[in-house]
Design a protein around this ligand. Structure first.
Ligand code: FAD
Length: 476
């Protein structure tokens, strides 16, 4: 064991979650090693949008400008700028019910961004490189054994040793399986496709989302998404053929439209499973490795990015000997994941093509149209309604703080998220007090005081039922 290469943290998987976790650790002063089995980034079709709290986790690390540059402009936004259409912030949908009005939200500015996952991975990879984090491509993790002091990892290029191993290796996570995490949940009922295609006669397909007697379909130029509710794919691993996708489109749409060319395609289903804990000793899970569900509502990336933000600074503290913070990772993030699984199950149920479901959809749609219903669904999908149970009576404590303009004691102004970029905790207050070395005092001119953790979670406010000393000692 003495001759093995040794690391503090090894992250398995350079998807968005593994990359953001690496950046979080790097920001907190710990350089992990990232192992990725693919030699080149995966060019398959993945997320088209990042949900609100995932966006905010990125903005707190200074990715705001990069997200602006990579954002895909929707036709509605182009029309708004040209003065030919309404300005519409992306509010998302619930089971293809497009009744969410972003402007009815408490904080309409907290919304998702149309940034393709491929672009996000490129931006994150570049930042990880700037932080001096090593990403080793073409290395597959094959197995590992953990003991009291660390984990010995077997990879396709040889063994290495690490204090902590994190599986960010996606829905079929080997780390999860080898470590023996339980992964209960519900079995799949849907066969869906998402494909980049060109049709021979595209006018045969109506634009936008449609629920038909055979399923659900949406088509925008160059891209099509289908769902059929009569069982999972017979073979999840079989190569996807053009004929298979074409047949699904024809069945669901009821047209004889034909595909001229297909460049990429994914087959998806609605397995909804979640690890019962995200930590077994020195092995942890984040992102799809910890939870899988259907892509309804586009929430997987949002969930995984906030897992990474929650785990990163706690893992850095564990590397420095404060291991006990790690237990709060499962306690905080597992309930959030469980709620996402539930809402994706509900969305699948609501999309089924039978007339009884149609009746239910009408009622649910009416309820979402009410302002309170609208807020409830929107805050659930975007994640801004998340509140960790930190045992404090103040409703703000445990929530993820929104960005805000602060007036500083010297009269200057600064955005809270900009102040968060370098990591560590923030004590935002006009009052002086002694602080641990990893908490910075943001000296405001006036206004309420609060303590914000490195993951944006409000840990204490003036209205807290617990003392500031308690919060500082607990988290820093
Ligand atoms: C069709 C579709 C549409 C989606 N749309 C959205 C959306 O609009 N919004 C949204 O938020 N989410 C969406 N999602 C979900 C989103 O794509 C996932 O939640 C996201 O990719 C999860 O990221 P991750 O880093 O956890 O895992 P992954 O992206 O799966 O990355 C895991 C990485 O680990 C590597 N790996 C695996 N095993 C090993 C091993 N043994 N050794 C080394 N490396 C390994 C893999 O090669 C991969 O690079 C969609 C998903 C699908 C399928």
């Amino acid at each position: 064991m003495r001759d093995l290469e040794v690391h503090d943290v090894v992250i398995v998987g350079a998807g968005p979650v593994g990359l953001l976790l690496a950046i979080e650790l790097g920001t907190a002063g710990v350089k992990p090693l990232v192992l990725e089995r693919l030699v080149e980034p995966d060019r398959g079709i993945k997320a088209a949008a990042i949900g609100a709290v995932g966006v905010e986790a990125l903005e707190r690390r200074g990715f705001g400008r990069a997200l602006d540059e990579e954002q895909v402009t929707m036709p509605t936004a182009k029309a708004a700028r040209a003065g030919t259409g309404p300005v519409r912030k992306p509010g998302g949908h619930f089971s293809a019910l497009f009744v969410i009005d972003q402007d009815l939200q408490r904080d309409p500015e907290r919304h998702s961004r149309m940034v393709p996952q491929e672009a996000l991975e490129r931006v994150l990879t570049a930042r990880a490189g700037e932080l001096g984090i090593e990403l080793r491509r073409g290395v597959e993790v094959e197995g590992f054994e953990q003991d009291d002091d660390g984990v010995t990892v077997r990879t396709s290029t040889g063994p290495l040793r690490t204090s902590y191993l994190v599986g960010c290796d996606g829905g079929r996570s080997r780390v999860r399986k080898v470590a023996g995490f339980e992964f209960p949940g519900t079995d799949p009922t849907v066969t869906g496709y998402q494909a980049l295609v060109e049709f021979d006669a595209p006018e045969k397909l109506a634009k936008g989302w449609r629920r038909t007697p055979r399923g659900l379909i949406t088509s925008i130029p160059g891209r099509v998404f289908t769902a059929e509710f009569d069982g999972p794919p017979p073979d999840r691993d079989a190569p996807i053929t053009r004929a298979e996708v074409e047949a699904a489109i024809q069945r669901v749409s009821g047209t004889d439209v034909t595909i001229r060319s297909m460049s990429k395609a994914t087959r998806w289903s609605d397995h909804a499973r979640q690890a019962t804990t995200y930590r077994r000793g020195r092995v942890l899970l984040a992102g799809d490795a910890a939870h899988v569900h259907s892509p309804f509502g586009g929430q997987g990336l949002n969930l995984g990015l906030v897992d990474a933000a929650n785990l990163g600074w706690k893992l850095a503290a564990a590397v420095r000997g404060r291991d006990q913070l790690l237990d709060s990772y499962t306690a905080e993030r597992h309930p959030v994941g469980a709620r996402v699984l539930e809402n994706t199950r509900a969305q699948v149920a609501l999309a089924r093509p039978d007339p009884l479901t149609s009746a239910l959809r009408t009622i649910v749609s009416d309820l979402i149209t009410l302002p309170e219903g609208n807020r409830h669904i929107s805050e659930m999908l975007s994640g801004v309604g998340v509140r960790y149970d930190l045992g404090d009576d103040d409703p703000l404590v445990g929530t993820l703080v929104k960005d805000q303009l602060l007036t500083l004691a010297d009269g200057g102004e600064e955005r809270l998220y900009a102040l968060a970029e370098q990591g560590g905790g923030l004590y935002v207050s006009p009052s002086e007090r002694s602080l641990p070395h990893d908490v910075r005092h943001v000296h405001t001119k006036e206004g309420p005081s609060m303590l914000v953790r490195p993951d944006g979670c409000v840990a204490w406010t003036e209205a807290s039922s617990q003392s500031l000393d308690h919060a500082l000692a607990r988290w820093f």
